[in-house]
Design a protein around this ligand. Sequence first.
Ligand code: COA
Length: 385
Amino acid sequence: MRDVAIVGVSQTKFGELWDKSFRDLVVEAGVEAINDANMSGDKIDAMYIGNMTGGLFVGQEHIGALIAEHSGLAPIPSTRVEAACASGGLAFRQAVMAVASGYYDNVMAAGVEKMTDVVDATPAIAAAADREWEAQQGATFPSLYAMMAHRHMYEYGTTREQIASFAVLGHKNGALNPRAQFQREISLDTVLNGTKVASPFTVFDCSPVSDGAAAVIVCPAEDAKKYTDTPIYIKASTQASDTIALHSRKSLTQLESTIIASRKAYDIAGVEAKDIDVAEVHDCFTINGLLAIEDLGFFEKGKGGQAIEQGLIERDGQIAINPSGGLKARGHPLGATGIAQVAEITWQLRGDADKRQVDGAELGLTHNVGGTGGTVAVQILSRNK
Ligand code: COA
């Protein structure tokens, strides 16, 4: 296997982007990533595109070929990857494996979703749950994650305020990110007193409905300095699966797939959770951010709430979590999120994250969840070879 490095990244602004189509978004991200890599398009050997449900949101399938054509990269192989909200993380992993194996040299991994063209996004998102046993019975993602929040409060004494504080942190960081959907701070009172969505969640516990795209270029580590002075090295790229339905799980207060994928990643990279300086975790709902910092091993199970309350996950804390604003404030165009996380960690490790820079960040992690944890992808990235 060859070592693999990231030489180019990009992310469009996330938000309600009425003036841009699905294809506009991904082409914009792809061109920017190629420019960032100082590479000409004809050097790209293949593309992997994370997209959850172009069919339900914009009536478009056959996305691999669509994007190859409109980015001007046809006839290179272009493959769509789908794993609900982890589609981007898995697309990135396919690109890494393709280069590591020696099959291709320069590969683009991109992610895209255009969610705001439909009047009600909830039924399309719910297609990522178990159709027969969850979605058809009326369960939606806010309600499924809300059950996990109640159970965490019951089992560990986690408070409503501790859970809500994850959203306050997301908006605080998002306020410094020009690509974020929400660039404004919010108070704890705003989260607690917002419009109720599914008890205990208000609208501010939820990631928003978003449009956006992101792209990353990877190549063999030995070639990386041809394209950039600051390649970022991929130390591990892992993936794990679990039951798609929540009711089949042994526990509602942890995601087994996060635990398995992250422990495998630490093992491959030869590092421990405490070595990670900065992480982008999948906070589609506030409780999932809290579960992530526990399941990734950053804090003991049941102590995530206290860690948030004590400021341990702020940019200057014990470990910087979601300096981009996370899914909560950066936005969550489903298929793009896993790639946007990799882009953010790359900027952080290069020292290119401007006002939201985490000082001295050398080792970073991304954590991308599909559904309620049926799929999880983890990547460990490093400034050092
Ligand atoms: N956080 C903060 N503000 C939000 C928001 C969010 N998640 N969602 C909407 N808003 C704001 C909008 O910007 C808008 O503000 P404005 O009036 O100043 O323009 C206002 O709230 C109303 O927006 P609207 O689009 O009418 O909200 P909505 O009630 O239709 O949708 C949710 C709110 C929470 C239901 C929707 O964002 C949602 O479904 N989120 C979850 C998405 C999801 O499940 N993703 C997959 C996870 S697995």
